[in-house]
Ligand binder design. Sequence first.
Ligand code: NDP
Length: 322
Amino acid sequence: MPNVILVTGGTGLVGKAIEHVINTEPEGSRFGKQPGETWIFASSSEGDLRDPAQTRQLYEKYKPTHVIHLAALVGGLFKNMKYKLTFLRDNILINDNVLHVSYEHKVQKVVSCLSTCVFPDKVEYPLDENKIHSGPPHESNFGYAHAKRMVDVQNHAYKEEFGCNFTSAIPTNVFGPNDNFDLEDSHVIPGLIHKCYLAKKNNTPFVVSGTGKPLRQFIFSYDLAKLFIWQLREYDDVEPVILSVGEDEEVSIKEVADAIVKAVGFEGEYSFDTSRADGQFRKPASNKKLLTLIGGFQFTPFEEALDFTVKWFLTNYNNART
Ligand code: NDP
């Protein structure tokens, strides 16, 4: 039987990156399309996954044999703080429908997407796959975090009761083409790219919130896409895998802003607003498990990936999510 791989949330940052990799890597290669495979990249307009009937309809239509489950209500800090119940309920509904309908349709494998921000607030660093449930998440995103953590619980329960091959991935901060570049409600990289673009266009100062000192791990969406494809094809265990660059590849917010200034070609006034909160200084995650399993992986150098993303944004400004 040929394989049909359904990617839920297939029109978002990560879904579009998987589509790009599948369409550009050589057919039959480790990350490329395999003979006989059909890939479906579903958006919410094809079915609202909060609704069981629409979820079933989607599965009836495509009859997937494999699922990469990315669809989620995603948002920045402000939105997470303001709509905690919505983040909790929508994500619980989406995940429950996708996993249960996958079970009903005897899907051979489901890889669902968690996030490093579901880890406990007070935890010993570096983060690793065993620490997801070892304390409450940060109160700012507890709705999103609890809903996502439950996927890991559900995966174990589906495996134990029905023998399902369901697992999960835990990416760190993702960036790349097709991100959400909204100025108010976006992650740090797309938000700063848009801000810097406007500063150049309007000849105004480029002001970065905070000291620029905090360190973060960022993964380029095209690299993450390959890791999802690897996990779908080559990893058969219920326990999650952190998909991230190494702890030694953290970059500071200042390094991010410097690279954006360079890529945008901004030559105006550039400063840090140190009166604004920095957030946590570091929250490193270990990619030891990933590297041991995959047997080596070449991550795209940060500056190169950032430059590519900025160029994509400048070229696609009129159609980008802003
Ligand atoms: P995006 O916001 O870019 O995309 C979200 C996707 O989910 C879109 O395709 C959207 O469809 C779909 N979706 C949202 N609600 C529904 C719904 N009710 N029914 C069906 N589809 C829905 O998200 P990302 O690509 O950034 O995130 C993908 C996954 O990665 C998520 O699970 C997220 O939690 C996780 N993640 C993201 C990180 C990041 O830095 N971005 C970091 C770590 C994890 P439509 O386009 O039609 O609205």
